[in-house]
Design a protein around this ligand. Structure first.
Ligand SMILES: [Mg+2]
Length: 188
């Protein structure tokens, strides 16, 4: 596999964030999480975290599998979206990073800010997200463990407009990763 293609390849691929085994992650040295917001823990239209996502994350914190996590979201247009991300971070009691347009994911800056807020390093952190071109690429560039999940809820019109999902599907096929509709984990 070419190096360029390799940077798009997630280390793990699950149908949803609640399918992730956080105990297994901690056993492989992952103590911290950077977590994307839209279509990863919440639907684009929702102001709150999907209860299933919230439950597994709080459990992972309570059990001590995960020491801390940070939400990292591209906040393209202003304060209202920033407040939404802040309130979700509040639901979980964790920090957050809202990346504005000029330093949006996959730029390194929001990832590095997130690591700093948790006092974590790429070696003990996993990036979890639904988009290859932002979440996975950015995480891989910094040498983090990357976990792709299938998008939660409806796909946002801007994503559709950019044909990003179609490009992602093509890329997943190239990488030999088949999106799977059953509820089993897909682990690479
Ligand atoms: Mg997303």
């Amino acid at each position: 596999m070419s190096r360029k293609l390799y940077m798009f390849r997630p280390d793990l691929y699950f149908t949803a964030i609640w399918m992730i085994d956080f105990k297994a992650l901690s056993q492989r040295g992952i103590d911290y999480l950077l977590i994307d917001v839209d279509s990863t823990i919440a639907d684009h239209h929702s102001k709150t975290i999907d209860p299933r996502a919230k439950e597994v994350l709080l459990e992972a914190f309570n059990e001590g599998y995960i020491k801390n996590a940070c939400l990292v979201s591209n906040v393209m247009y202003g304060k209202r979206r920033m407040r939404r991300v802040a309130s979700m971070a509040g639901e979980l009691g964790i920090p957050f990073v809202g990346a504005p347009f000029f330093c949006a994911k996959p730029n390194a800056s929001p990832f590095l800010t997130g690591l700093e807020k948790m006092n974590a390093s790429p070696g003990n952190t996993a990036m979890i997200g639904d988009q290859i071109f932002t979440d996975i690429l950015g995480g891989n560039r910094l040498g983090m463990l990357t976990i792709l999940i299938k998008p939660l809820g409806k796909i946002h019109w801007t994503t559709r407009l950019l044909l990003r999902r179609a490009r992602e599907r093509r890329l997943l096929r190239k990488l030999g990763l088949k999106p799977d509709d059953n509820d089993k984990d897909i682990i690479i």
